[in-house]
Design a protein around this ligand. Structure first.
Ligand code: UDP
Ligand code: MG
Length: 323
């Protein structure tokens, strides 16, 4: 491992995808905060995730003015998580932070997270989204539900309502760098590595410019990746569904047999034998087939992760990187 003494105190990883409006505002707000809290010993590592606007140009211009602005350009748009992961893997500092480019993660809160790690002895401090004004009610409900499902099913303490906004120290960084996951989900891995975790609750404002890059499909993919990477509960759920279907089938078979032997038997006034039973049969069969497809789908999700792991492709391809 490199000599900690020669490293900057704090490196902030910022994934950027078409963020030409946000970058100047973020840099203007973040730089003085970093300057103050680290005495000038900071770095900002922009990861340009294949932007098609002036993002790349802007961050390289910043680098030419002050080499503490570091840049990585990915060869195409790989997505938010791969961009964050590539930044983390290439950051070199005593403490590493991750912040979004769109000012939804306030720079002054980043300083609070940094203090908790650099001064209060925590290894990780994650920003927890308290009240959020950035999305419609149904989506906020979906986020809340997702994090509760994760915390209920994950095999480790999964931090509730926390995205990628965080700060961690060298110990955690070294542990994260040793992982070689094909579909790394940083927010889950950061709590998976353990050590002394803490949180800081903040209010998440709406985006300053533009729209969220996460549409419903991307959100569902992120949620599924989280679930299959940190929990095998859905696989067990598939087994449970199978067992329940088996018990229901046995019970129904018993009822049909009983009705054959005692034709006058009725259940809640319902004569099984007297009814032609087509509707029951159709519903029953379609229920079984949907349960089967549901279970197959769950297995497929896990298989997709296994396939990616077997292929051992890198998380993203770096086209260019500052010295
Ligand atoms: N981002 C990225 N690659 C993408 C999508 C987003 O690097 O494919 C960056 C984006 O520029 C921002 C951060 O990831 O800095 C979070 O994205 P966004 O604000 O769209 O997500 P949300 O805040 O809605 O979850
Ligand atoms: Mg955002």
């Amino acid at each position: 491992m490199s000599d900690v003494k020669s490293l900057p105190k704090f490196c902030v990883v910022i994934p950027c995808y078409n963020e030409q409006e946000s970058i100047p505002v973020l840099v203007e707000k973040l730089t003085p905060q970093l300057e103050k809290v680290t005495n000038g010993s900071w770095q900002i590592l922009f990861v340009d995730d294949g932007s098609s606007d002036a993002t790349a140009q802007m961050i390289w211009d910043l680098h030419r003015k002050d080499a503490r602005y570091q840049c990585i350009r990915l060869s195409r748009n790989f997505g938010h998580q791969p961009a964050v992961w590539t930044g983390i893997q290439n950051a070199k500092a005593e403490c590493i932070g991750v912040i979004d480019c769109d000012l939804q993660d306030p720079p002054d809160v980043l300083v609070e997270l940094y203090q908790k790690v650099s001064q209060e002895g925590f290894d990780v401090c994650a920003g927890v989204r308290g009240k959020r004004e950035d999305s419609p009610l149904w989506l906020r409900f979906a986020y809340k539900l997702f994090y509760r499902i994760m915390s209920w099913t994950a095999e480790h303490d999964y931090t509730l309502d926390s995205g990628d906004f965080c700060v961690f120290n060298q110990r955690v960084h070294a542990a994260l760098c040793r992982l070689s996951e094909a579909t790394p989900v940083h927010r889950g891995l950061r709590s998976w590595v353990g050590f002394k975790q803490s949180t800081f609750t903040y209010q998440r404002p709406p985006r300053l410019y533009g729209q969220s890059k996460y549409n419903l499909t991307r959100l569902v993919i992120l949620a599924t990746n989280n679930l299959v990477n940190f929990s095998t509960a859905p696989l067990r759920l598939a087994t449970l569904v199978g067992l329940l279907m088996g018990v229901t089938t046995l019970f129904s078979a018993g009822l049909f047999l009983f009705n054959r032997l005692f034709p006058s038997f009725s259940l809640l006034g319902y004569h099984i034998g007297a009814n032609p039973g087509i509707a029951t049969l159709v519903l029953y069969l379609s229920f079984i087939s949907s349960a089967l497809f549901f279970c197959l789908g769950i297995i497929g999700e896990y298989l997709a992760v296994v396939i990616k792991e077997v292929k051992k492709r890198p998380v993203a391809v770096i086209a260019e990187m500052s010295e």
